[in-house]
Design a binder for this molecule. Structure first.
Ligand code: ZN
Length: 274
C-alpha cells in the first residue's frame, strides 16, 4: 500500500506537470472506484486552471476554483503523467487531460487494479469527511515530543498502536512506526502513557528523520507502485526492523523479536528497545 512518503513523492513528481495548467477534459471509464465518482469531477473540472497539488495525510488534493479533486491511491493505485495519445491499458480508470507547454497536452492517468482508491470532490471552504478528525502532519511543527507526551497521558494502548492512530498523527504506517521506535530505542509494547517526555522527543525526531529520508529516496519499493518518473524507491533495503524478525539486530546482533501488536506484525530488539 502506498505510504505517506510514496504519496509525497507522487505529489512532488506531479506538481510541475499540473500546477498552473488548464484542464481540457476529464474521462471516466467507470462511474466508481472505491466510491462513486461525484458529478462535479466531470462537470466542473474542464476549463479550470489547477492552482496547486497538495497532500493531506495520504490524500492528494488538486485545487481549482470552487474546490478540490481529492485522490487516494488505495492499495494499488498509481498516477502517471503521459502524452495524451498514450494507449489505455487495463485498469486505467480515469484520465484528466491538461494543456501542456507549447500546446502539448498531457494526461494525468489513474490506474488502480484493485479499486480501493478514490476520486472525490471537496467544495471550497469545506473539509471532506474523510479528512476530518485527522492528527497533524508528521513533518509539520505541530508534531513534536511535547505534543505526543501530552496526548498520551493515561493511555494504556501500546506506543506503536498510539503512533499509528491517524487521530494522533497521520501517515505513520506499520513500516515507519517500527523503524521510528527502533531508532528511538523504545519498545513497541510499552504503554503509550508510560513513555517519558524525553523519549517522546526522541520518537518524534525519529519519525521526522525516517519519513524525511524515505521521501528523499522516493519511498519504499512497492509491488504495485510506480513513481511518476517510473523509478522504484530504494528505501526497503535500508530498513532496520521491519521485515527482519529473527535476524540479528543491526545494533547489538541479538535476534530481533517478532509479534503481532494491534493485528500488525511488529519486529523489535528486546535488548536495544525498552
Ligand atoms: Zn539490539
Amino acid at each position: 500500500m502506498p505510504e505517506l512518503p510514496e504519496v509525497e513523492t507522487t505529489r512532488r513528481g506531479l506538481a510541475p506537470h499540473l500546477e498552473g495548467r488548464r484542464i481540457r477534459e476529464v474521462t471516466l471509464r467507470r462511474p466508481d472506484l472505491r466510491w462513486p465518482i461525484p458529478p462535479e469531477i466531470a462537470r466542473d473540472l474542464p476549463g479550470q486552471r489547477i492552482a496547486e497539488v497538495r497532500r493531506r495525510a495520504k490524500y492528494l488534493l488538486m485545487d481549482v476554483d470552487g474546490g478540490s479533486a481529492l485522490l487516494h491511491l488505495g492499495m494499488s493505485g498509481s498516477l502517471r503523467v503521459l502524452p495524451v495519445d498514450t494507449p489505455v491499458r487495463a485498469h486505467d480508470h480515469v484520465d484528466i487531460a491538461v494543456e501542456g507547454p507549447r500546446g502539448q497536452a498531457r494526461v494525468l492517468r489513474f490506474n488502480d487494479p484493485r479499486r480501493f482508491g478514490c476520486l472525490l470532490w471537496q467544495p471550497a471552504g469545506e473539509v471532506h469527511p474523510l479528512l476530518q478528525g485527522l492528527g497533524p502532519e508528521p513533518l509539520s511543527d505541530a508534531f513534536d515530543g511535547d505534543y505526543l507526551f501530552e496526548l498520551s497521558r493515561g493511555r494504556k494502548a501500546p506506543v506503536k498502536t498510539f503512533l499509528m492512530d491517524q487521530g494522533v498523527v497521520v501517515g505513520v504506517g506499520n513500516i515507519y512506526a517500527a523503524e521510528s521506535l527502533f531508532l528511538a530505542g523504545i519498545s513497541p509494547l510499552r504503554a503509550a502513557g508510560k513513555v517519558s517526555r524525553e523519549r517522546y522527543v526522541a520518537l518524534a525526531d525519529a519519525v521526522k528523520r525516517i519519513l524525511g529520508y524515505a521521501i528523499t529516496r522516493g519511498g519504499t519499493t512497492l509491488r504495485d507502485f510506480i513513481s511518476p518518473d517510473g523509478a522504484p524507491g530504494y528505501f526497503e533495503q535500508e530498513l532496520s526492523a521491519y521485515g527482519r524478525g529473527g535476524e540479528p539486530c543491526p545494533r547489538c546482533r541479538r535476534p530481533m523479536k517478532e509479534a503481532s501488536i494491534g493485528q500488525r506484525t511488529t519486529v523489535w530488539c528486546g535488548h536495544c528497545q525498552k
